[in-house]
Each structure stands twice: as structure tokens, then as C-alpha cells.
Design a protein around this ligand. Structure first.
Ligand code: PEP
Length: 246
């Protein structure tokens, strides 16, 4: 069975004391739900020290090399030593603002796999693609170009977040029908590329204006295994309500 996950992407928000306060209030009382928060890298250490049990800390980004002359960058081994256990790859904001294309994202996937570092692979279509009715082809291409080269063994237990770009930070949540249709398609493609066992073991999260009011409905879709939450993860109470939506 796919692991249920609720993850909070804090993006470039919060200062040190705010991050410390927020993490104190995040509690996970659901034994079968994995909870991860992604603070700014500079706070990973203190957030990892201040977190409650059953909460993990992740990194919003990492460099593909482990060390060397890459001024301003952070490696998987550095981030791991600070307390990060998982990284985001392919978030639409990194694709849009930092020119991360499918090729670089594939290299990041390979770096994470080679270093035994968990990741959440983000994919999502822009509004224009959705309006043209081409969202299924678009997402399939993102997966094929950056993720589906992994072997079955590597793919087992991986995590994909479907985050339609038009829903991120806009308040325009995908309907549960729209989310379920895409998640079902993603699981079908994993089945076709790998097999039934792999498809059932990959977690597929929804992201895009998911909040305490709509999480229950979204999470009740058969192929939605949890959420990647932006704005609503910055409020402890709202984020805990989302965790408890299971
Ligand atoms: C995100 O950036 O991953 C996200 C889902 O943001 P929001 O929940 O604010 O739409």
C-alpha cells in the first residue's frame, strides 16, 4: 500500500523565531501518516532539533554534486547532516523561476537515488495546457523525461506530487474529480511502465491550494495519498487539521 503523506512547503517564508514557533505546534498523532515540513534550508537544523516525534524535515532544493566549488549551493550530504531526510524535486516554482527543466530534474532524481536520499517528485501543468485539454500528455511527458528511467527497485515507495500550476497559491483548488482523474492516470502509467506492485507502492500527493477546508474531500479520493501544502502549512493549527483529515 502507498504511504499516506502530508507535507508542508514553507517556501521562502518565516524568520528564525517564527520557524521555531511553527514547528513546536506541529504534531502528528496519526501512526500511519508520514508528516514532513520543508523550511528554508538555513533553518533545517533548528527545525529538526525543535520538531516533535513523527515529523520529518526536508529540503526545498539541493545541488546534484556532493561537494566542491559550487558557491551558494547545498549538497545532499550537508543537508542530511543538518537533519533533512527528504528533498523536493521539480517544484513548479523552481521550474518557472530557476529554469529547471526535465533534464536537470532527471539529474537531481539520479543524485537523490545514488545517495539514498528520499524525494518528492513534483509535476503539474500550467493553465494554458489545462485549457487546451492536454494536461494528461503534459504530465506523462514530465514523468517519462525525468522519473520513469528508474528501475522497478528504485521506483518502489517513491513519492510523486501532482500540483497543477494554476492551483498553486491561487485559491483555485482542483476539484476532487480533477485530482482523482490525474492521480488515477499517473498510477496507470506506473502500472504500464512497471507493474501492479510498483503502482500500488508509489504515493501520489495532491498540491495546489489544499487547506483545512478541502483536504478531507481531496484525501478521500481513492488515488490521492495525501497532500503537499504551501500556504496552509504556515499556520500550525490549519496544518494539524489537514494531518488529521485522515
Ligand atoms: C506548493 O507550492 O507546493 C503548494 C501546493 O502551494 P499552495 O498550497 O499555497 O497552493
Amino acid at each position: 500500500m502507498a504511504q499516506k503523506i502530508v507535507a508542508g512547503n514553507w517556501k521562502m517564508n518565516l524568520e528564525l523565531n517564527e520557524a521555531k514557533d511553527l514547528i513546536k505546534g506541529i504534531k502528528n498523532s496519526q501512526d500511519d501518516v508520514r508528516v514532513i515540513v520543508f523550511p528554508s534550508s538555513v533553518f533545517i537544523n533548528v527545525v529538526a532539533e525543535g520538531k516533535n516525534d513523527n515529523v520529518e524535515v526536508g529540503t526545498q532544493n539541493f545541488h546534484t554534486e556532493l561537494k566542491g566549488a559550487f558557491t551558494g549551493e547545498l549538497s545532499i550530504s550537508q543537508l542530511r547532516s543538518a537533519g533533512a531526510t527528504v528533498g523536493l524535486i521539480g517544484h513548479s516554482e523552481r521550474r518557472a523561476f530557476f529554469s529547471e527543466g526535465n533534464d536537470l530534474i532527471k539529474i537531481k532524481v539520479n543524485a537523490a537515488v545514488a545517495n539514498n536520499f528520499d524525494f518528492i517528485f513534483c509535476c503539474g501543468e500550467p493553465l494554458m495546457i489545462r485549457e487546451a485539454g492536454k494536461e494528461l500528455e503534459f504530465i506523462k511527458m514530465q514523468l517519462e523525461e525525468s522519473l520513469f528511467h528508474l528501475t522497478k527497485e528504485q521506483m518502489m515507495g517513491k513519492v510523486i506530487a501532482y500540483e497543477p500550476v494554476w492551483a498553486i497559491g491561487t485559491g483555485m483548488t482542483a476539484s476532487s474529480d480533477q485530482a482523482e482523474r490525474m492521480h488515477r492516470a499517473i498510477r496507470t502509467w506506473i502500472h504500464e511502465r512497471y507493474d501492479h506492485e510498483t503502482a500500488q507502492n508509489v504515493s501520489i500527493l495532491y498540491g495546489g491550494s489544499c487547506n483545512q477546508d478541502n483536504a478531507k474531500e481531496l484525501f478521500s479520493c481513492p488515488n490521492v495519498d495525501g497532500g503537499l501544502i504551501g500556504g496552509a502549512s504556515l499556520k500550525g493549527e490549519a496544518f494539524c487539521t489537514i494531518i488529521d483529515s485522515y
